[in-house]
Design a protein. Structure first.
Lengths: 83, 420
């Protein structure tokens, strides 16, 4: 009985994740192609999005290479950032 | 970050107007005279801003006690500290969930997301409440690791206090409370979930009761408040016309009814009429447009406030809509927000496709909750601001999957290239 309930819970969560992805993908597509409200320049916005994705991913990859350093000096980085 | 925020804040000082004026000047008047009588009329109509005013009043009282009289600067310092605490909590959440690399990456995101540099002077409900959803979630993560003892109840009480303060400032914080409750029932055992939720709800109810008893005993008249309050359905009605945004005609409509019951009934009738006028297809198109209006601007709508100043400087050319660099600024802000939401969607897809066991459900439910709420409420680009830190938590977790997808894609492209 408990395993059935757990399986049902998991099913609900996976379906929710799928529904969430569909809704937000639809939203993102509309922000990019159907944004009369804000009137973005489509090409300009696409360029900035590409740049943001690229730069953030690049920054993340760089951080991966110094993961040990980050783990050791996390507190220092943490406090310096806020001041 | 604090130094940069405060320096920019000094350059962006403005004269608070409309709602923020009632919050700011009301708090000052309360400190100086013991009441906020000049703004009673406003708060009879908009009791939702009483929490933000009381919150500022608390800090202004401390400043006044210390002999400090530049209340705008006090508000700015409070808001800056709150936004910095938000960044700290987001980083701690990611350290707890994933590790130092992700925690530092969250700081990188805050560093490149430009509105966080200009947010200090805008001490309105959206930014004042930003800390509380993530703080509530962080405490929940701590609670998950705690066994059933005194510490467990202490964390529950702290969660209740964080939720109460957040909800008093901006009621949408309740969405995180609901999301965490759902997460608890799905991922924890029922006994723990029921007792934790019972304590959290009790603390929230007690805090709300104490606050309301105080306000309606010493400041406002309960009967007049009942007569004058704009009912919540008013904002639902407003969210169904035009682009779903602010509409002064709807205020005239609501206030044309003197009797509160009659007013509410008339608004509900109008809501039904507007929905039936759209029809299913029209409604879908309208909601699509509305969701873009709500989530399609990454500037947090700071220029709604920052433009209230006569002389402009170089920073204004970026942050206010009349500025000549504003186009560049808003495109960059939206690109970053878009990227964060893209990474968030990728994480949800990862959860779905890889059938992960360890799912951090609460932030996902919370973001979806604010999305649904804004579809039904008055549309405004500022209203999701206090959930941006939650989006950042998810975006950081999602970037790993994005990298994996890029690698897979790269490998398969290389294979195809080799074959040909």
């Amino acid at each position: 009985m408990i395993s059935r309930i757990n399986n049902f819970k998991k099913f609900l969560v996976y379906m929710f994740c799928a529904f969430f992805s569909v809704c937000f993908s639809y939203l993102l597509v509309n922000i990019l192609f159907n944004n009369a409200e804000y009137n973005y320049k489509k090409l300009g916005l696409s360029f900035y999005i590409f740049a943001a994705v690229y730069l953030l991913t690049y920054a993340y990859i760089r951080l991966r290479k110094i993961e040990e350093f980050l783990t050791r000096h996390y507190k220092k980085i943490y406090y310096h950032f806020y001041v | 970050m604090f130094i940069v925020q405060m320096s920019f804040g000094l350059f962006l000082r403005f004269k608070p107007d409309f709602d923020i004026e009632a919050v700011y000047q009301g708090a000052i008047e309360w400190v100086q005279t013991g009441t906020f009588a000049k703004y009673y009329d406003y708060y009879y109509h908009f009791p939702n801003n009483l929490g933000a005013m009381t919150f500022l009043h608390f800090f202004f009282s401390i400043a006044s006690f210390l002999g400090f009289e530049d209340y705008f600067l006090v508000g700015m310092i409070v808001n800056s500290i709150l936004s910095i605490l938000t960044m700290m909590v987001v980083s701690l959440i990611l350290k707890h969930i994933s590790g130092a690399k992700q925690a530092v990456f969250a700081l990188v995101i805050f560093a490149v997301y430009l509105p966080f540099y200009f947010i200090a002077p805008v001490f309105y409900t959206d930014s004042l409440s930003m800390l509380f959803p993530v703080l509530f979630y962080y405490l929940y993560l701590k609670l998950k690791d705690t066994s059933y003892n005194k510490k467990f109840f202490l964390i529950c009480i702290l969660m209740g206090l964080a939720a109460s303060i957040g909800m008093k400032i901006k009621f949408t914080v309740v969405i995180m409370v609901i999301a965490v409750a759902i997460d608890m029932f799905i991922n924890s055992n029922w006994k723990k979930a029921i007792s934790a939720n019972a304590v959290v709800c009790s603390v929230i109810l007690i805090c709300f009761a104490v606050f309301n008893v105080y306000i309606y005993s010493y400041h406002l008249d309960r009967e007049r408040a009942r007569q004058d309050n704009d009912p919540y359905v008013h904002w639902v009605m407003m969210g169904l016309k035009g682009s779903g945004g602010y509409n002064p005609d709807d205020y005239l409509f609501t206030r044309s009814f003197k009797d509160p019951d009659e007013r509410k009934a008339a608004i509900i009738q109008e809501i039904k009429r507007r929905i039936s006028e759209y029809g299913p297809d029209g409604m879908f198109k309208f909601l699509t447009k509305k969701s873009v209006k709500c989530f399609g601007d990454g500037t947090f709508g700071l220029d709604d406030f920052l433009a209230d100043r006569e002389d402009k400087n170089v920073l204004h050319s970026f942050v206010i809509s009349e500025g000549d660099k504003y186009e560049l600024y808003r495109h960059i802000c939206e690109a970053i927000l878009f990227t964060l939401m893209l990474f968030m969607v990728l994480l949800a897809l990862k959860y779905f496709f890889s059938k992960e066991k360890n799912i951090y459900l609460a932030p996902l439910v919370a973001v979806f909750g604010i999305f649904l709420f804004l579809l039904g409420w008055e549309a405004n680009r500022r209203y999701f601001t206090n959930f941006v830190p939650v989006i950042i938590v998810y975006a950081v977790l999602g970037i790993d999957y994005f990298q994996l997808l890029v690698k897979k894609f790269g490998t398969s492209v290389l294979k195809i290239a080799k074959k040909s």
